[in-house]
Each structure stands twice: as structure tokens, then as C-alpha cells.
Design a protein. Sequence first.
Length: 130
Amino acid sequence: MSHFVRIRTQIREQEHLVQALRDLHYQFQEGQNLVVHGFLGNKETAEVVVNTGSKYDIGFRRQAEEFEVVADWWGVETQTRIRQNAFLGEVSQRYSYNLVHAQAREQYLVVEEEQEMENGDIVILLSERG
């Protein structure tokens, strides 16, 4: 019986996903048809696989325009300190942060200020160069 759960995300660009994982100091692999390990040797495939430090992995695989997360969360949560909601939240936030910075550079905008709010949100103030 597989314990794998698939979760849709708003993550579209692999380069910003990978940068988010680097920023958050996760060990991972990139490639095609990488193995995501789950309960009793069950396996799925993904393009980005996060090593959790246990026999359970977290995978990101492309589904149409977005990536979905595939993992045996029961195994991940019982064998590691990683929690599904916290992991998805921090990766999504860092992905968005990197995406905003990349889009600002493309549009020749300057980051004037960044501020982390008490609730963990990040406010980025941009302006035109000039």
C-alpha cells in the first residue's frame, strides 16, 4: 500500500525552485526520472528530489504548467523533523522571493528595501532605475 501524497503547487520555474532549496540549505538532486522513496520500497519519479536524511524523499515533478510535490509524508514526518505544511510554506515563500527578484531584474527595477514582518511575510519595495 502506497502512502504517497501528491500536492499541487504554484511553482512553475525549476530554476527558482532549485534556488529556493539551496537558500533553505536542503540537499537535493536534479534530473529526469529520479527516484522518490516511500513506504515499503514504493517509488515515484520526479525532476527534483530532496534528501530528507532518512529513507523517505520529497520529490517535485512537473505536471502540466506547475510542479507537484510527491512524498510519503507519513514516513517523512515520523523519520525526520520536516513537517509537510512548514516545508511547503517555506519553499513556496522562498520560491516567490526568488521569482520577484528575477522579475525585478528583468524589468530593470531596483530593490530599495526588504522587510520581514512579524508574521513571516516579506515586503519588498521596488523602484525604477534612474
